[in-house]
Design a protein. Structure first.
Lengths: 247, 308
């Protein structure tokens, strides 16, 4: 266990030393919050069902963070660790393979939580963020969403041979998903036909689930999203344990 | 002294897409020796060492390392061996001291890594990130990581490939130092000079088979290759010099301008040639002898054709 914690601690430091990863995970969501918060404020409107722009944006930006860490960080990190032989070197130690990978997942999860916490704290203090849901439900949905995206990241990392191809492919998946799923731009402002297309994107389900629970929906009201994300988690874990390559 | 067997390989075989990378090889490595495996690229050196390290699964054959099967008992074995891999890296931004601190945490008992930093000359780079280290510094860090658990047996795969001559010689001293600290070293290299200088015993691997295995001295002696005596004469005394070929040990005399190359066999060659020169009052300078090297043995055994 000592090895696990030390590896997780070092990986945490390495994550924060990587300017791109640290920026997109920790700084970019705050930039969006302050940008749109200063434009639209947080006055309740009927357009958002009696909530303000910031109130509905914070759960949506949380979905964006999950996509950033799950798709971008995990995939690129694992693909480059494999390409450069870092995984090989770690495997030649007494560490069990599952310990090596769990340490990576834990660090990414901690970063996801940290980023969400920064977002909520900033939203609360600057814009009086409102919350009408059940905190336990939101937390469970957040954990389910995160791990289902981490699983997706591991599948992609297993399929994509090099860090370069991994970066290109996940960017090509990430940006359309970011803008079409309602994570960066509220679904309400998107044209109707795009909203229908968006239903096939995994991130749309995260946005719908987190936004719904945030404003007080019951878990029952979001069975569809919960089933979709659970299936993504189970399939992702099953597939990646089958096809994951260490070199 | 060197009786205890540390590695025992019997009929090891590893096939890649129907080509046998390692084809039925058997050998033993003794405690406290530096055992080298040499061979052209693609001869199967890395495949062999990685099967022994437990990183690759062989098709067939028996491997025992410190009495353990490296595939069935890999987690019992890993704390007792140190590994430097041919192709590996560390995260770009990890600092030298962090890497040592991290790897020390992977083992239940480890040596003081501060001392390793001093021993391997990494004091000045201890706060540098991995990506900014030179090739030699990276390899010294990898040696330090291989030694961090105070292993009984150390694997070094192509340790000096890509290093400049100074760094390579520094590395040789470090390898000898590892052996002198009572550890067994198993290394692969494609530098014959390196194998000749470092190794107590050398296995020459070609096309997946061991074509020779002995101490470098014995391999060279058994090759029976010619020695050469080379010197420069000052005057035009060619008639006398040509008489050299009458000597028993001499097989061929070549003169190239003022330079004379005498080919011959055996340890008597030098004595006979120098004696002849002095008896006949032939003035000479820059006399040197050229012995066959492990490289000559290697070329004789593996052929001269171009390899990929």
């Amino acid at each position: 266990m000592h090895g696990f914690w030390k590896l997780a601690w070092i990986e945490m430091k390495l994550f924060l030393r990587e300017p791109m990863a640290a920026f997109f995970t920790l700084v970019f969501p705050l930039m969006l919050l302050f940008l749109f918060g200063s434009i639209y404020g947080n006055e309740p409107t009927t357009f958002f069902g009696g909530f303000g722009s910031v109130d509905v944006s914070v759960p949506a930006y949380t979905a964006m963070i999950i996509a950033t860490t799950g798709l971008l960080s995990i995939t690129i990190q694992i693909a480059s660790y494999r390409e450069f032989g870092i995984l090989r070197r770690l495997r030649a130690t007494p560490l069990r393979p599952q310990v090596i990978l769990s340490a990576q997942v834990m660090v990414i999860f901690v970063m996801t939580v940290l980023s969400m916490a920064l977002l909520i704290i900033s939203g609360k203090f600057v814009y009086g963020l409102r919350f009408a849901g059940n905190p336990v439900n939101v937390l469970l949905a957040f954990i389910l969403s995160s791990f289902s995206f981490f699983a997706l990241g591991f599948v992609l990392a297993s399929l994509l041979p090099t860090a370069r191809t991994a970066t290109v492919v996940v960017m090509a998946l990430f940006f359309p998903m970011l803008f079409l799923s309602g994570a960066a731009i509220p679904l309400e402002v998107l044209p109707k036909n795009i909203r229908q297309y968006a239903q096939v994107l995994p991130l749309t389900h995260v946005v719908t689930l987190l936004r719904g629970l945030w404003v007080g929906d019951s878990l029952i009201a979001h069975v569809k999203e919960i089933i979709f994300l659970s299936a993504q988690l189970v399939i992702g874990v099953t597939v990646s344990t089958k096809i994951f390559r260490w070199e | 002294m060197q009786n205890k067997t540390v590695i025992k390989i019997e009929n090891l075989r590893k096939v890649y897409t129907s080509i046998a990378a390692v084809d039925d090889i058997s050998f033993e490595v003794n405690e406290g020796e530096i055992f080298g495996m040499v061979g052209p690229n693609g001869a199967g050196k890395t495949t062999t060492i990685e099967c022994i390290e437990g990183l690759r699964q062989p098709e067939s054959g028996n491997i025992k390392v410190l009495g353990l099967d490296p595939h069935k008992n890999e987690y019992a074995l890993r704390p007792r061996v140190g590994v430097q891999l041919q192709q590996s890296a560390l995260p770009h931004r990890i600092k030298v001291w962090e890497a040592l601190d991290l790897f020390a945490a992977f083992y239940s008992s480890s040596v003081n890594w501060q001392e390793l930093i001093n021993q391997l000359g990494l004091e000045e780079s201890r706060n540098l990130p991995f990506a900014r280290l030179s090739g030699g510094q990276k390899q010294r860090l990898f040696i330090a990581l291989a030694l961090i658990n105070d292993p009984e047996l150390v694997f070094l795969d192509e340790l000096t490939t890509g290093l400049d001559p100074q760094a390579r010689r520094t590395m040789w001293d470090m390898v000898i130092n590892i052996r002198d600290n009572g550890k067994t070293v198993f290394l692969t290299t494609h530098f014959m000079e390196e194998a000749e200088r470092l190794c107590d015993r050398v296995a020459i691997l070609d096309k997946g088979k061991i074509v020779a295995l002995d101490s470098p001295e014995n391999l060279i002696r058994n090759l029976g290759a010619e020695h050469r005596v080379v010197f420069t004469v000052q005057d035009n005394i060619e008639p006398n010099v040509a008489e050299l070929h009458r000597l028993a040990a001499v097989t061929l005399v070549e003169t190239i301008g003022e330079r004379v190359v005498v080919h011959g066999q055996g340890d008597r060659l030098v004595v006979e040639v120098v004696n002849f020169l002095s008896v006949n009052s032939i003035r000479f300078r820059d006399l040197r002898t050229e012995q066959p090297s492990l490289e000559d043995v290697f070329i004789a055994l593996t052929g001269r054709e171009m390899r990929n």
